[in-house]
Design a protein around this ligand. Structure first.
Ligand code: AHR
Length: 659
């Protein structure tokens, strides 16, 4: 062997030795069980709701008829003419002598009576119905001429009749008529038919079909399976109604909470800002009916035990769109809306807005404690407006914690501009947003370690790892993204004294009607599944604990041959006397970890582990395999405060240990 070859061999031996030596070095997590960590906000892990991706209309709001009141700018959008035989007739959308002056359009169907004639509604990318389940049909109807009967029918996408009921004898005045439909088969893309049988004409408004089995069986309520998924997260708070939808593309299209309460039929329709936001994902039929309005939001929060966190427009339209501003000297009505919302939520029934809440069936207050001023705003324009809200709201309701905005990015110039100014204004909580590649989340787990402990607190109000890039249609909800978020959440948890609230965004997406991905939960007209990110959120939320327990993480010295990343945080659950340790191993190799519960004298039996893992970083859940990446729990035997624990590859592991 010549000298050159010999030195190459010895280099290899050395590298091998160093590699082995590095592997021999253990990974160690020291959990300082006796240290007094910060109290964790019981509401820390929450949810972000926005009517994007058919999240409300066509989603959580269980109405199955699209454009039920013929108020869309194209008044027959969602409806099509039906003339199955030889009958001839006419459809017209009119406004004279309306059923409801606030939403004046209605449909007149005239038929020559030579067969059936009428309309079909396509629903929200079809109407999802289940075999033999009851569906509440209702319609405002008025007889105009003749005495035709009305057939109300459900048809499958293949044209099979699923249900038919007949209504007769219509008066010359508007009258609400109802029927219960029980489809003979399950169908994801059914259509609803309204057919005149006989010569004459009838007027129709507010054509509605709801599953009777809504959440808590509330008439005109919410889709039960979607609410159940939220309840299963045990969310600490619910942010509502967004998101950019708060801002509107211009101020006329902003979200105005007062227009979303009271009788549903009087809530004025608004074009959904996601209707035409992305030319690559147009949704021309996307409108807001506000059937899920602010009263329903507060009620939902109460149902699922989440603190309401409304976000209000602060006199600024979306700065990604028009950026229209309400002049500072005209801001009072916006501020008044915020004051009135607090009264609506918390005021006694003797107050103006408390009375409206009571009239809607909830005399008790909703116990609002948090309020967001603006969504993703930036620049001096925002600071000026926030300052005015802050002053007025603090004067009347000093107990309400206000959320202010640091803009759309976690580290751009808007962000660095906003923070010192918000600090100066003594803002309570600053809302930070981040949509970035998984690496950003892995690299930023220490982001909050050095945040000022005396300044405003943080609300990580929107975040999600993007497997491709922001706004890309190629983004996937895969395991790697969930692990990146989980790793980041260990950093939020370790810094729970600063980070008081956090929510993944967006929440829901309809598989046939989305504008944005990734999302936490996917639905179609009948089915639903949680993404790996959903289960990561759930594991943190359900294992929240009461106080932070500091952890020391010692990783083997870096070795190019192995991926030594590991992330951990721990909390104490007071009621159960348990230490809850969360460990994230995003690498493709199992890790043997020495865990030391420093300060614990003994460990009681009954420890458990929950593991969220999968075979590949790009593993995803789907309608057909909703539990491919799913938390599995099992008992673990831990006999002493120092023990070895294998953490499988691509895993979020939650250990609950009684000490
Ligand atoms: O979550 C989707 C959008 O992302 C939100 O509406 C907005 O606040 C952010 O830009």
């Amino acid at each position: 062997m010549n000298a050159k070859k010999r030195s190459r061999v010895s280099l290899c031996v050395l590298a091998l030795f160093l590699g082995l030596a590095a592997e021999a070095e253990p990974t160690r997590i020291t959990v300082q069980t006796e240290a007094q960590g910060a109290r964790i906000n019981p509401a820390m892990w929450g949810i972000f709701f926005e009517d994007i991706n058919f999240g409300a209309d066509g989603g959580l709001y269980a109405e199955l008829v699209k454009n039920r009141g013929f108020e869309f700018p194209e008044p027959l959008m969602g409806w099509s003419k039906l003339s199955p035989g030889v009958a001839k007739g006419r459809l017209s959308v009119l406004t004279e002598k309306p059923c409801n002056a606030a939403a004046p359009h209605y449909l007149r169907i005239e038929s020559d009576g030579k067969g059936l004639f009428g309309v079909a509604n396509e629903g929200f990318r079809g109407i999802g119905v289940r075999q033999n389940e009851p569906y509440d049909f209702s319609v405002e109807v008025r007889g105009v001429s003749g005495s035709p009967n009305l057939k109300v029918e459900l048809y499958s996408s293949e044209g099979a009749l699923l249900e038919s009921v007949e209504l007769k004898g219509f008066s010359a005045n508007w009258e609400k008529r109802r029927a219960v439909l029980r489809p003979s088969a399950t169908e994801a893309r059914a259509k609803l038919y309204l057919l005149l049988d006989g010569k004459g004409s009838l007027d129709f408004d507010l054509v509605s079909l709801f599953p009777a089995n809504t959440w808590k069986r509330r008439a005109g309520g919410l889709r039960a399976d979607m609410v159940q998924m939220l309840a299963d997260l045990k969310p600490g708070f619910m942010r509502f109604p967004g998101g950019c939808i708060v801002e509107g593309s211009d101020l006329t299209r902003r979200y105005q909470w007062k227009k979303t309460i009271g009788p549903v039929e009087e809530r004025a329709l608004l074009i959904n800002r996601w209707n035409n936001e992305f030319l690559h994902r147009p949704a021309p039929d996307y409108f807001q009916t506000f059937g899920l309005g602010f009263f329903e939001f507060f009620q939902l929060c109460e149902d699922i035990g989440a603190q309401p966190l409304p976000i209000l427009n602060c006199g600024m339209a979306c700065q990604f769109n028009s950026g229209e501003l309400c002049p500072l000297d005209q801001l009072d009505p916006y501020i008044q809306d915020a004051l009135d919302l607090i009264e609506f939520a918390n005021g006694p029934a003797s107050t103006e807005w408390g009375a409206k809440r009571a009239a809607m069936g909830h005399p008790e207050p909703f116990n609002l404690k948090l309020l967001g001023i603006g969504n993703e705003q930036w620049d001096q324009q925002y600071i000026d407006r926030y300052a005015r809200f802050h002053r007025a709201l603090k004067e009347k309701y000093p107990e309400i914690l206000l959320v202010s905005s640091a803009g759309p990015s976690p580290d751009d110039r808007h962000f660095t501009f906003a923070w010192p100014r918000l600090r100066e204004l003594k803002a309570d909580i600053v809302d930070e947003h981040c949509y970035a590649r998984p690496d950003w989340f892995f690299d930023n787990t220490h982001r909050y370690d050095n945040y000022d402990r005396n300044g405003p607190k943080v609300f990580m109000g929107e975040y999600a790892a993007q497997s491709d890039k922001v706004v890309s249609v190629r983004n996937r909800n895969d395991l790697e993204c969930a692990l990146a978020e989980a790793a980041y959440m260990t950093g939020l948890e370790r810094n729970a004294d600063v980070v008081r609230l956090a929510s993944y965004a967006p929440l829901f997406a309809h598989a046939d009607a989305w504008q944005w991905r990734p999302n936490l939960i996917w639905t179609d007209n009948l089915r639903i599944y949680g993404t790996p990110s959903y289960y990561a959120q759930q594991l943190f939320s359900r294992n929240r604990g009461d106080t932070v327990v500091p952890v020391k993480l010692e990783l083997p010295s870096s070795n190019p041959r192995t991926d030594s990343r590991l992330y951990a945080s721990a909390v104490r659950d007071d009621a159960n006397g348990e230490i809850i340790l969360k460990v994230v191993n995003p690498s493709s190799e199992s890790r043997d970890v020495v865990i030391q519960l420093e300060g614990a004298r003994s460990v009681r039996s009954g420890a458990t582990a929950v593991v969220l893992t999968g075979g590949k970083p790009n593993d995803e859940n789907s309608f057909d395999a909703p539990q491919k990446v799913f938390p599995r729990s099992f008992p673990v035997e831990i006999k002493s405060p120092m023990f070895n624990q294998a953490v499988p590859p691509l895993t979020l592991m939650v250990l609950r240990i009684k000490v």
